[in-house]
Design a protein around this ligand. Structure first.
Ligand SMILES: Nc1ncnc2c1ncn2[C@@H]1O[C@H](COP(=O)(O)OP(=O)(O)OP(=O)(O)O)[C@@H](O)[C@H]1O
Ligand SMILES: [Mg+2]
Length: 259
């Protein structure tokens, strides 16, 4: 329902050894929105995704997805609730074609049981066909339809990243978390990604996107959450976040350190 909350985090904490990676992080993502999480390297963005998908448990705090508390759910159950994510370092699966790489994403939602598959009932066959059609349609959207039978790792890096996003879409998420989908993409691929993300949002899927590409973020995000040193330092629409002194300082400060 528009106006309701897709993802809510309350007082999350996580440290690794002496490093406080996430400190008292609370935020909410509006259903139907495209929310970006930004912040300098090491700000805790990926850790935040790892916490809400329960890749590891928070030291304190909790998160809920569409009102359901995520605490204690293993990652595959989290996905079954409709929360699907991609990984910052993910690449196409080797030894598989482009189409097969996309089809892998559907395993999360194939409801047919093993014995049904064994008997190859019509329902299963229809479902398999529908899945294949959806995969082909998504490949069409990102301009990879004519490469469906090629080895996936033969694709340029940018195309492999787009493949990863459409693989995640095959799971029919209600909330899709993307960790730096534009990393390594050239300008043309980035524009394609932007179009895809806007189409996904238009289809009613809520998106939370971690990204360093500021022009992409400022161009497509409804809301932005800014992290620095594990803490939320600003939230709001792009126009407000862009001119927020704390945000500017976080970015400039870090640049000065590495200069
Ligand atoms: N599994 C881990 N073990 C130890 N330290 C970790 C682990 N994961 C993250 N960290 C540390 O936590 C902090 C936040 O890291 P995180 O990867 O969440 O940042 P990020 O915002 O995603 O950065 P980037 O933009 O570079 O991807 C960093 O100091 C990092 O070194
Ligand atoms: Mg990261």
């Amino acid at each position: 329902m528009p106006g309701s909350i897709a993802l809510e985090a309350r007082g999350l904490y996580k440290s690794f050894g002496g490093v406080l990676a996430i400190a008292d992080v609370s935020f909410s993502v509006r259903e139907g929105s495209l929310t970006a999480a930004i912040g300098p390297n090491g700000a805790g963005k990926t850790t935040l995704f790892n916490l809400v998908t329960n890749l590891y448990p928070p030291d304190a705090g909790s998160a809920s997805c569409f009102g359901i508390d995520l605490t204690g759910h293993p990652p595959d159950t989290v996905a079954a609730l409709g929360l699907v994510r991609t990984f910052q370092t993910a690449r196409a699966f080797p030894g598989m074609t482009v189409l097969e790489n996309v089809l892998v994403g559907a395993h999360l939602r194939v409801r047919a049981r093993a014995w049904q598959q064994a008997l190859w009932l019509r329902a299963v066959r229809d479902e398999e066909r529908a899945i294949r059609r959806q995969a082909e349609a998504l490949l069409e959207v990102v301009g990879l339809a004519d490469r469906r039978d090629d080895s996936a790792i033969s694709l340029p890096l940018g195309a492999q990243k787009l493949l990863e996003v459409i693989r995640a879409l095959m799971a029919r998420p209600r909330l899709l978390l993307l960790d730096e989908p534009a990393a390594g993409l050239n300008d043309v691929e980035t524009a394609e990604l932007a179009r895809l993300l806007l189409a996904v949002r238009a289809a009613g899927v809520t998106l939370m996107v971690v990204e360093h590409n500021m022009s992409l973020v400022m161009g497509i995000a409804d809301d932005i959450i800014v992290l620095d040193l594990g803490r939320v330092i600003a939230t709001g629409p792009p126009a407000a976040v862009q001119v927020n002194p704390r945000v500017i300082e976080a970015y400039l400060g870090r640049e000065a350190e590495t200069a």
